[in-house]
Design a protein around this ligand. Structure first.
Ligand SMILES: Nc1ncnc2c1ncn2[C@@H]1O[C@H](COP(=O)(O)OP(=O)(O)OP(=O)(O)O)[C@@H](O)[C@H]1O
Ligand SMILES: [Mg+2]
Length: 256
């Protein structure tokens, strides 16, 4: 299962990615979590100390991963993967350290190649925490072209929902059929209802709603891990998202 976590800036992609990674690992899956943000911080959310996160090596650019390519997925994980307290292995795909160093297309090409068949033997679940915006769907070939599912994280705002609607259209062009919304930072039942209405209006299934939690926000301010902090209520909501994704997948297989 290969999931891309996408959405507008600041909606909670990295937070949701880390919580999903932990939840899948707790279910016994081998999880690889890939940070593709040029300003990476998924490692912190997964429980690494800041210095350890900064020491995670960045994947080489423009690699063809897999049979007949530059390297195998096994070697890539061995050399660049780092275990995290969440139970997931972290890969850091992109990091901008110099001004005016050029575009990051090479890093995205590596992730795209890696998400092909190469990874199948190495991970049961691969989660890709994307940078905000839509470029990962338009960049040549699409970084997430081989993803099985896109989870579009939203907060209770019209603009984040519009991003979800635009993602849906682009994903269709890439041939990604399974695009689900995840409402995040819901403060009350009004917010939850807003997500349900928006999903109906724009025509994407809603995989779940995660509430606004002050401890989650505080963990971020402290620079500490969300995986050790999020209360049970949030973990149950995240589990609900995974159940939705799995059940929807089974329904598709049964229909096919
Ligand atoms: N469910 C939640 N409850 C409370 N705060 C949350 C929740 N989800 C995310 N946040 C907070 O929202 C802020 C943005 O979260 P996060 O970094 O995960 O978003 P993002 O979409 O990955 O951002 P970016 O677009 O910069 O990559 C953080 O301060 C985080 O702690
Ligand atoms: Mg992020």
């Amino acid at each position: 299962m290969k999931l891309g976590i996408v959405g507008k800036g600041g909606v909670g992609k990295t937070t949701v990615s880390a919580l999903l990674a932990q939840a899948y690992a707790r279910r016994g899956a081998r999880v690889v979590a890939i940070d593709t943000d040029s300003n990476p911080n998924l490692g912190l959310s997964l429980g690494l100390a800041f210095a350890d996160m900064e020491a995670v090596p960045v994947l080489p650019r423009s690699l063809i991963v897999g049979a007949g390519g530059d390297t195998t997925a096994e070697e890539l994980i061995r050399d660049y993967g780092r275990p995290t307290p969440s139970g997931a292995t972290l890969l850091s795909a992109i990091r901008v350290t110099e001004a005016a160093a050029g575009c990051q297309c090479g890093g995205h090409a590596t992730v795209r190649s890696f998400l092909g068949d190469a990874l199948a033997q190495q991970a049961d679940v691969t989660l890709v925490d994307m940078e905000a915006g839509l470029e990962h769907l338009s960049r040549s070939g699409g970084t997430l072209a081989y993803a099985d599912v896109l989870l579009v994280v939203m907060e209770p705002s019209r603009k984040s929902v519009l991003t979800a609607a635009r993602t849906l259209a682009l994903a269709e062009d890439l041939g990604i059929e399974r695009v689900y919304g995840v409402g995040n930072k819901a403060r009350d039942s009004e917010d939850a209802a807003f997500f349900r209405r928006a999903a109906g209006e724009y025509g994407f299934p809603l995989a779940g709603v995660v509430g606004y939690d002050p401890q989650v926000a505080e963990a971020d301010r402290d620079g500490s891990a969300v995986v050790g902090t999020a209360p049970d209520e949030v973990l149950v909501q995240i589990d609900g998202v995974i159940d939705f994704v799995e059940q929807a997948g089974s329904a598709i297989s049964a229909a096919g």
